[in-house]
Write a protein of this length. Structure first.
Lengths: 212, 162
């Protein structure tokens, strides 16, 4: 209900009250008062008659009729005001709903923004952490790779060295076994005599020192 | 005193010792011949091929006591003072090549060189000569051992692809 409606309701109530007050004052000065026998009495009679007429006019039925009318008018006013009030209430509710929706939307948007920002921050932190982890893992991998490469090289060198040594021994052993039973002394004679010739001086010296 | 020419069949100190023993037996035989009674039977000693060749090579008459005594003296001296060597082969040496080796030793080292033969199958080929103080490894095994660094270099080159 707006202000105009309230003013109308209050104005109507005040006018009805004024009418009742005016009627009460008129009835108090009506035909019930004794008139002087003279003119005053006549006037009194007239007044009484008027009062009686007034009473006839504003009898109980008329007052009841007026009450009904007033009640109906009051109810009409109340109904209209209720309608206005309902309309205003509906509009207010709609506005309130709109306001609430807007507020909620704004709040939610703000919260969503904060949430998105939090997600972005968390994502950034996670990315930084992942980058650090990746960097650490990469360093570890490089370190391990270097270590493994060094170990592999050392192992390879050891294997090659062992292979060279063992292989030479294996070949020697194989040659010894392979040719041991195959070469006759006559085939070796030239070699043996050559070796003896090469060691001749040493043998002679050792023989002389042994016999002296 | 003239040097005794040792035949190629007399190789080791054992052979010389056997000759000495045989020579002593021969002396004993002749002593017993002198002291035997007439008509008693006697068995003639058989000379070994080595002693026979030794006496032949040195133009000695073993019936002559002085020759036997001289031979005994020379053999004893050889047994005691001749250079002794121990030669190991991978397998039992055949006679002819070994005779060549013995000849070379007696020609180049000492005419009375005595050689003991041994076996070392591990040396594969060649021989190992051991004198009184030294060891001369003339085997294929030693040769391969000496060439081992070269073989290792060859293997390494093959592994490295060079």
């Amino acid at each position: 209900m707006n202000t105009g409606g309230l003013v109308l309701v209050v104005g109507s109530l005040l006018s009805a009250a004024s009418a009742f007050i005016w009627l009460a004052l008129r009835l108090e000065n009506g035909p019930g008062h004794k008139k002087p026998k003279n003119k005053q009495e006549q006037e009194a009679l007239v007044t009484d008659a008027a009062k009686e007429d007034v009473e006839h006019i504003f009898n109980a039925d008329f007052r009841e009729e007026l009450r009904n009318r007033g009640r109906l008018h009051f109810e009409k006013i109340l109904s209209e005001n209720a309608m206005f009030l309902q309309q205003d209430l509906r509009e207010t509710t709609a506005q309130l709903n709109e306001y609430m929706r807007a507020e909620i939307t704004r709040t939610l948007q703000e919260e969503f923004k904060k949430y998105e920002q939090s997600i972005v921050d968390a994502k950034q932190i996670a990315l930084q952490s992942i980058e650090k982890t990746v960097t650490t893992i990469d360093q570890q991998r490089q370190f391990l790779e270097q270590q493994m490469q060094a170990q592999a090289n050392a192992q390879r060198d050891r294997i090659i060295e062992r292979f060279e040594n063992e292989m030479a021994a294996i070949i020697n052993h194989y040659v010894l076994r392979a040719v041991g039973d195959q070469i006759d002394l006559s085939d070796q004679l030239e070699f043996i005599l050559g070796e003896l010739e090469a060691n001749k001086q040493a043998i002679i010296e050792d023989v002389k020192s042994g016999t002296s | 005193m003239e040097h005794l020419r040792l035949p190629n069949t007399v190789i080791s100190p054992i052979d010389v010792a056997r000759l000495l023993r045989e020579l002593n037996n021969l002396d004993d035989f002749f002593v017993s011949v002198k002291n035997r009674q007439a008509g008693t039977s006697m068995q003639l000693p058989k000379l070994s091929r080595q002693l026979d060749q030794l006496s032949h090579d040195n133009e000695l008459n073993l019936l002559d006591e002085s020759h036997r005594a001289g031979l005994n003296q020379k053999l004893t001296k050889i047994y005691e003072a001749a250079p002794k060597m121990h030669i190991s082969f991978a397998s039992e040496p055949s006679s002819k090549p070994f005779e060549d080796i013995l000849l070379w030793l007696r020609k180049n080292i000492d005419p009375h060189t005595l050689v003991t033969v041994g076996l070392q199958p591990a040396i594969a080929a060649g021989c190992v000569v051991r004198t009184s103080n030294k060891l001369f490894d003339m085997s294929l095994r030693a040769g391969l051992e000496r060439q081992r660094p070269y073989l290792a270099r060859l293997i390494k080159g093959a592994v490295d692809g060079r």
